[in-house]
Write a protein that binds this ligand. Structure first.
Ligand SMILES: NC(=O)c1ccc[n+]([C@@H]2O[C@H](COP(=O)([O-])OP(=O)(O)OC[C@H]3O[C@@H](n4cnc5c(N)ncnc54)[C@H](O)[C@@H]3O)[C@@H](O)[C@H]2O)c1
Length: 321
């Protein structure tokens, strides 16, 4: 099938593009950035385009006529979103509305949306089920929740078929080790801890007074290859059974920040100088998925998401940079 991938020059998007191409799909990338990962996936057609330009998106969609769109393009820092909420609502929420409108005008009806565990915020019930309370603790999570709510209405009123995948914490590199996580600036714990270990630099751990077993935040880590596999399965499921739904994509196992630090030390065989800082604004205490729904609906299950395997994969990638 032909798939248009927004944000296909980014971390997850570029690995998704590689996986789609390896599975004989035709791929069109729309991203405002052209970088080396686009070059690495040169079998895909590339449009350097901001998703906020609805008319241009419509033109591209009418020309390309993809069977489906996977929408990764967006801003990703929960912390930054607490300082620049207007930017997050603009790019993540208006940008998605721009894409959805362009899709409707071009008659493209299938969308997989990159949502986030950030839609839930702090919750008393862990692991978190999809129908659980949603009270985001930062504008980033809210910007994603608003898109999910719009998607429900576009299904009800316009038959736009969509699946929102609520990712937990992503890390790791592509199966061939050629593509991995390089955000600028990096805000994610695994690449930051690996970088600190590599450089012998101080690693900042934000908050050790959370209501968790060791006081540090607890997250559910998922290998990017498992996540992309979930997208492949979601795509074919959506095409065969048009609907609107949302699935958690996590493992159901939580790891505290201290456990991540210990795993990084073990894998790298290096010392890590940990400095405890105050809590970062917008961080929820514990985000762990109940992923029963996606397992039942798509038959998906994580194959590479043990924390040690994820850290090993990210470490090998970091060594090549
Ligand atoms: N990385 C994670 O742990 C994580 C967790 C949950 C959800 N997500 C979601 O997954 C998606 C991809 O995340 P990522 O880690 O690959 O991020 P990334 O920053 O590596 O990639 C995002 C891509 O989107 C592009 N982009 C941003 N704004 C754009 C715009 N206005 N027009 C066109 N392109 C634009 C960027 O150029 C970049 O290539 C995001 O929507 C993010 O919110 C990521």
């Amino acid at each position: 099938m032909k798939v248009l991938v927004t944000g296909g020059a980014g971390y997850i998007g570029s690995i998704m593009v590689q996986m789609l191409l390896n599975n004989d799909h035709e791929v069109v990338i729309v991203d405002r950035t052209k970088n080396s990962t686009v070059e690495a996936n040169k079998r895909a057609k590339f449009y350097q385009q901001d998703i906020l330009d609805m008319a241009k998106l419509e033109e591209i969609l009418k020309t390309e006529q993809p069977n489906a769109v996977i929408h990764f393009a967006g801003l990703i820092s929960m912390e930054e979103s607490t300082r620049k909420p207007e930017l997050y609502f603009k790019v993540n929420t208006f940008g998605s509305l721009s894409l959805i409108t362009a899709m409707l005008n071009a008659g493209i009806n299938n969308l997989i949306f990159s949502s986030s565990a950030g839609v839930y915020g702090n919750t008393d019930v862990v692991p978190i089920v999809e129908s659980g309370v949603k009270k985001p603790t930062n504008p980033y999570g809210e910007s994603k929740l608003l898109v999910e709510q719009m998607l429900l209405w576009f299904w009800r009123t316009k038959n736009l078929s969509s699946l929102s995948l609520r990712y937990y914490n992503l890390a790791g590199a592509s199966s061939d080790g050629s593509l991995g996580e390089t955000h600028e600036p990096e805000t994610h714990i695994i690449p930051l801890a690996l970088q600190a270990a590599q450089e012998g630099a101080e690693f900042k751990l934000f908050g050790d007074d959370y209501p968790t077993t060791d006081g540090t935040c607890v997250r559910d880590y998922i290998h990017v290859v498992d996540l992309c596999q979930a997208h492949l399965m979601a795509l074919s499921s959506l095409i065969n059974d048009p609907r609107h739904d949302a699935y958690n994509v996590g493992t159901g196992r939580g790891w505290s920040n201290r456990q991540v630090v210990d795993t990084v030390k073990k894998i790298t065989q290096k010392e890590l100088l940990v400095k405890i800082e105050v809590r970062r604004p917008g961080d929820a205490a514990e985000l762990v998925a109940d992923s029963t729904k996606i397992k039942q609906a798509l038959g998906w299950k994580p194959q590479h998401s043990d924390l040690a395997e994820i850290v090993q994969s990210a470490w090998e990638y970091a060594g090549k940079q």
